[in-house]
Ligand binder design. Structure first.
Ligand code: GRF
Length: 213
């Protein structure tokens, strides 16, 4: 590609992962940040960075599919090559997601395939795991179920709470997500029906160290 990768992001929350993406000075152009919450901090982060924003209220649409078609219509109109779900907290209609196969990634705070969905830190503590982590995966219709491309790991400490785990993991997320987007922007990470890294199918998730080389 002879121009920077065009990136759109969707976020429902405070937007710290979006802020980390922006701060990483990646070779990309952010074309849109969209949200299902007009008050999302992520929209403020985007506006402060001069990125076009969009908020749609799901309640203004008769069905989830109608909302998703509208939102993803805006994403398509933005000209995005890549869609990053950076704390986007809604399940997306399967047919709408299918159109983005290989072009959408999500960051999820668990070592997938463990703990899909919500309350991942609590699930990790309840299970007595020695390790916790975050995953970046290509998005498929299955919630948090697409092929994992990269993971960052942290040790669970005896005195950890959900909050302390979340806080420590977030630091890792802020390195992991930009590293994956950089790898896509530079062509190292590609999708050909399956993720390829430096031309080879991934046999295990990339580590932050592998992505930094
Ligand atoms: C992160 O923990 C991310 O992994 C999860 O939602 C959280 C979003 O945080 N999907 P932020 O809005 O990026 O600060």
């Amino acid at each position: 590609m002879d121009r920077p990768l065009r990136v759109a992001a969707l976020a429902s929350g405070r937007g710290s992962n979006l802020a980390a993406l922006i701060a990483a000075r990646l070779p990309v152009t952010f074309v849109l940040v969209g949200s299902d919450k007009a008050g999302a901090g992520a929209l403020t982060v985007a506006r402060d960075a001069g990125i076009p924003t969009l908020a749609l209220n799901p309640r203004d649409f008769p069905t989830r599919a109608d909302f998703d078609r509208a939102l993803f219509g805006h994403v398509a109109d933005s000209g995005a090559d890549l869609l990053v779900l950076a704390g986007y907290m809604r399940i997306i209609d399967a047919a709408v997601v299918a159109a983005w196969e290989g072009r959408a990634i999500n960051i999820h705070p668990s070592l997938l395939p463990k703990y899909r969905g919500l309350h991942t830190h609590r699930q990790c503590l309840d299970a007595g795991d020695a390790e916790h982590g975050a995953s970046v995966h290509f998005v498929t219709a299955e919630l948090d179920g697409g092929p994992v491309v990269a993971q960052a790991r942290i040790d669970v400490r005896p005195d950890d709470s959900e909050a302390s785990l979340a806080e420590r993991l977030l630091v890792e997320e802020h390195t992991l997500l930009p590293a994956v987007v950089r790898a896509i922007a530079t062509g190292r990470l590609r999708w050909q029906g399956t993720p390829l890294f430096d031309g080879q199918p991934l046999t295990s998730p990339l580590t932050p160290a592998a992505l930094a080389v």
